[in-house]
Design a protein around this ligand. Structure first.
Ligand code: BDP
Length: 647
């Protein structure tokens, strides 16, 4: 099915299953999908049995998505209580391959840790004059729309749904959080397009969600106000939402970016974000829908001369006081860090601050700030650190647990590119996102190994090793040659690709590094800085407050220090900057070398694309190295202790 567009799950990945006699027991759309997947005629003496549990009375143990796996007497059995579980059980068997048909296995129970595992598309219907069709998209145009209209052939959406389901993703928001004029109409007169996309996602157990404009009652309904206390505005949402469910009975709900980067919101009426979110939640509740209300709210027109404003503080300052005020079906969707998907950020303090609110954590699979799918950057190790982080310290709940009430969301990195994600290896990020949302404790390198196996089922040990050598540590490599020690940004304004150390330094976006002749970094302490460290519970509030205990990799996020400051690693800040930038650019070249040795083992289409991307990564990494090192050498006047060439 996906043969045309290279991705994980080529036909060879099904060899172990397809060579077995199979029986599927159960009824319904998703069970039919499983039947179609196993392809072979069903057998009366099966070696693989996939069945829905006979007694629905036992529901609750496995839930909607769980399944059991067992092998005994030469038969591998998947049992689920609900159809989606059967589908996930099937893909689990595919992942195991021959191993599913070997030695006996006692009953294993598999259940996802997070109920909603969602990707958000930042797709526009039209081509946006600056952002293009997919905002921050590095994989071509939209999978859904082409030249301002729904694609005539949506079969690729079905293939996409299959890829998503195979790693456990069960929800998709199909359009950009910045809802422009054309896209606003998807909620009303263009709803048929949403229904058509939903029809292709549904067979793989994926519910469709829509980003909506808070001002819709005005923009679409012709009302004078969108005030959450206005009865006419509230009624408009009720009526409109009812119509959505008449058209798409399993519609998932709304995603809202309000009062952020120019989007409208409840502030216009002097109302809180809880009031705004609850209006939509109330309209969705009778139909079982949810609103994902984004916490990405900050002032993007701040005065850079005013050192008391700190963008990192904004989400907490806006939302923490509202804890407990949101409806049950309102989910606060929080970016994993306080700024904006930088290569390294601390975990957002909002995640610990809202025990009375359902939270979803948002990650960015699309590599906006992490190499734009031209650089190899396997993000699962970063996501894993975030998901395992314990905001209340050892023994407290991990981020993955705190997100359990809402779910995990990633901004999608897929588009109509022949390789789906621009860089063929960026597919691993999408796959790993789904797997981590299912099992946040899973080892990112084991997940990578799975993805390699599913993508290159005939991979030689040499190819497998090369891919690991290129990808395992690629996020840290990227970090080494870009902005140092958690300070962030230093990217070209607007595009966010390539170095521009001072590009944002005197801008209204609140993304500063404060480098001068003496030192660098942002003082976010309570003692002398913006007070941001005080948004964390203990022990982190104190750990981050002190330069002595602050982790090296976040030092410049929390502190302004002299260039000669000695890190916990023993190196000075300036020498660390030089060392990591030389090392990072060298590693980029090694990544390319590793591929040259194995590229011929895969199809020439993949190899060609890989070589083109790797050349660009090597070029760009050297550019980063030279600009960052030169900048800091000129600012500080401190020469490299190892005497390497700095311009
Ligand atoms: C930023 C992107 C911008 C998004 C925004 C968001 O640069 O395109 O609209 O995040 O998440 O990272 O709303």
């Amino acid at each position: 099915m996906t043969g045309v567009h290279p991705a994980w799950l080529p036909a060879e990945a099904f060899r172990a299953v397809n060579s077995r006699r199979v029986a599927v027991h159960g009824e319904g759309l998703l069970v039919d999908t499983v039947r179609a997947e196993v392809a072979a005629a069903e057998s009366s003496s099966p070696e693989l049995v996939l069945s829905l549990a006979a007694s629905p009375g036992s529901r609750g143990v496995l839930g909607d998505d769980g399944f059991t796996l067992e092998r005994a007497d030469g038969v591998t059995r998947i049992v689920a209580e609900a159809p989606a579980g059967l589908l996930y059980g099937f893909f689990h068997v595919v992942r195991l391959g021959e191993a599913a048909f070997g030695a006996d296995r006692p009953v294993e129970v598999h259940r996802p840790a997070l109920r909603r595992r969602m990707v958000d598309h930042w797709d526009n219907v039209d081509i946006h004059p600056i952002m293009g069709q997919v905002e921050r998209g590095y994989a071509g145009g939209s999978l859904f729309w082409e030249r301002g209209a729904l694609r005539a052939d949506l079969s690729r959406v079905r293939d996409y749904a299959r890829l998503l389901a195979s790693c456990g993703i069960n929800a998709v928001a199909i359009n950009n959080v910045n809802v422009h004029r054309t896209e606003a109409h998807l909620l009303t007169d263009r709803l048929g397009e949403v229904a058509a996309i939903a029809a292709h996602l549904r067979p793989y157990g994926i519910r469709t969600h829509l980003s909506v404009n808070f001002a819709s009652p005005i923009v679409l309904g012709g009302l004078a106000t969108a005030d959450p206390r206005d009865p006419a505005a509230r009624q408009w949402w009720e009526v409109t939402t009812r119509r959505v469910y008449e058209t798409i009975p399993d519609f998932g709900g709304y995603v809202v970016k309000a009062d952020s980067e120019g989007q409208s919101g409840p502030f216009a009426y002097g109302r809180s974000h809880a009031e705004g979110a609850n209006m939509l939640a109330d309209a969705l509740a009778p139909h079982g829908g949810v609103v994902h209300w984004r916490a990405f709210v900050y002032n993007h027109r701040q005065d850079w001369r005013d050192r008391s404003t700190d963008r990192a503080r904004a989400a907490y300052d806006h939302f923490a006081p509202l804890d407990g005020q949101f409806r049950d079906n309102a989910i606060l969707q929080v970016k994993h860090g306080p700024m904006d998907f930088q290569t390294r950020e601390p975990v957002s303090p909002v995640i610990a601050a809202m025990p009375g609110t359902r939270l979803a954590v948002e990650l960015q699979a699309t590599q906006e700030y992490t190499g734009q799918q031209r650089h190899v950057c396997y993000l699962a190790p970063m996501w894993s650190e975030v998901l395992r982080f314990q905001p209340h310290g050892d023994g407290g709940p991990a981020v993955a647990t705190l997100a359990g009430s809402g779910g995990l969301v990633a901004v999608s990195n897929a588009g109509d590119d022949p390789f789906w994600t621009g860089h063929p290896l960026a597919q691993a990020n999408l796959y790993a996102f789904g797997r981590l949302a299912w099992a946040p404790d899973a080892d990112p390198l084991t997940i990578l190994d799975e993805w390699i196996g599913l993508t290159f089922p005939d991979a030689t040990p040499q190819l497998r090793q090369a891919l690991h050598a290129m990808m395992d540590d690629s996020w840290r490599t990227y970090e080494r040659y870009t902005a140092p020690l958690g300070v962030g940004f230093m990217v070209r304004p607007g595009r966010h690709y390539g170095p521009d150390v001072d590009g944002y330094e005197y801008s209204p976006w609140g993304t500063y590094h404060f480098a001068d002749r003496d030192g660098v970094g942002v003082d976010r302490t309570r003692a002398t800085g913006t007070g941001y460290t005080g948004q964390y519970p203990q022990p982190w509030a104190d750990t981050y407050e002190s330069v002595d205990t602050c982790p090296d990799e976040l030092l410049l996020f929390f502190h302004h220090v002299p260039y000669g400051h000695v890190l916990r690693s023993g190196s000075t800040v300036i020498q660390h900057i030089y060392d990591t930038h030389f090392a990072g650019a060298d590693e980029a070249a090694q990544i390319r070398d590793a591929w040259s040795a194995v590229g011929h083992l895969v199809g020439s289409d993949v190899d060609d694309r890989m070589r083109e991307r790797l050349d660009e990564q090597v070029r760009s990494a050297a550019e980063w190295r030279d600009q960052i090192n030169t900048y800091f050498y000129r600012k500080s006047g401190v020469p490299d202790a190892k005497g390497r060439r700095i311009y």
